[in-house]
Design a protein around this ligand. Sequence first.
Ligand SMILES: Cc1ncc(COP(=O)(O)O)c(C=O)c1O
Length: 390
Amino acid sequence: MSTKTDKLEFISESLDQRKAEHRFRELVRIDPELQAAEVNKGGRRMLNFCSNDYLGLATHPEVISKSREYLEKFGAGSTSSRLVSGNFSIHEELEADLAKTFGTEAAILFNTGFQANATILSTLADRNSFILADRNVHNSLLQGAVLSRADLQRYHHNDYNHLEELLKKAQQESYNRILIVSETVFSMDGDRTDVEHLIFLAKKYDALLFSDDAHALGVLGEKGLGLNYGKVGIDISLGTFGKAFGSFGAFVACSKQMKDYLINFCAGFIYTTALPPTVIGALSASLKLIPSMDKERTHILNLTQYFKNEIEELGFETGSSNSQIIPVIVEGEEQTIALSGELERDGILATAIRPPTVSSGSSRIRITITAKHKKDQIDQLVRAFRKGKS
Ligand SMILES: Cc1ncc(COP(=O)(O)O)c(C=O)c1O
């Protein structure tokens, strides 16, 4: 009897299973409308409530102009990795400006937040280490933990007693090092970590602290510099540029010694082409603009509060959200898809987030509020939820 099977059978089986579970992911073509919080989907203008471009910098004239200037001066590509011939003066200048702005000894650029998280964790930890990550951290951090081959334990979300219990136990073992990993604003729930508490525990148990500030940057903290800003005791303070910075890439604010270590040992820094000049230009303009955008930040927070009040009045739960990311919890997967479809018919683009991205029974429509939204657009969104609910 032949045991030969189709070598690609596992692919068609997995895809079929995804379809049967109504969890098949597909790309949807969306083009931005440059001047507004709107997008063009299939020729139809829709209000966008799923963008991470919190300050509208992706289409800011100064950002575009600086990006164009760097393109013309330095070319379309950086030609190689930073350690070969891709370390231009503009990369070094941006890193120096980041360190100065964030008040750290040094800063180092990465090509994406995903790449940074997945490869920094696996540079700092090895098979003799212990990683303690919040239950809700981003997938990129889990990838990094798995890649490191360290023991990984996820502590209950934002539960510092549980974390301390695990730290105490870990101290009895012979780990070479212990790492605490968290986000400051959680990407799917919009709630916050108590960074000071993590710093306290990291100090008490001599653990390294990795704090991902992706969703706070630009929006929260003094001058919009995030929730890690000004806090001493964070070993890796990670920021991403694809969200409030309006462009692409990531950085770590850290000590000079940590930067040297990453340059020497972090594969995700060493073996990849440096960010292109267009991106560096956009980022240097965004970095100058962000501290001065308090008006935009106040607008975001006001609209967020307004939306939360209205949606909770309709009987929806928004969990512990305490930021511009607001999960409107629907629970059932099918109801969530149906509601997302209803919103779409009403001209609202808002993503349904379902397992495996969030735990089962907590499917939601994830709403993000940006500086480009206007109050009447929030009213339109609330009306659409009211209609979708009935
Ligand atoms: C908390 C968090 N960290 C890291 C990332 C990855 O960043 P990037 O989009 O730059 O790869 C994301 C993006 O979804 C995120 O939400």
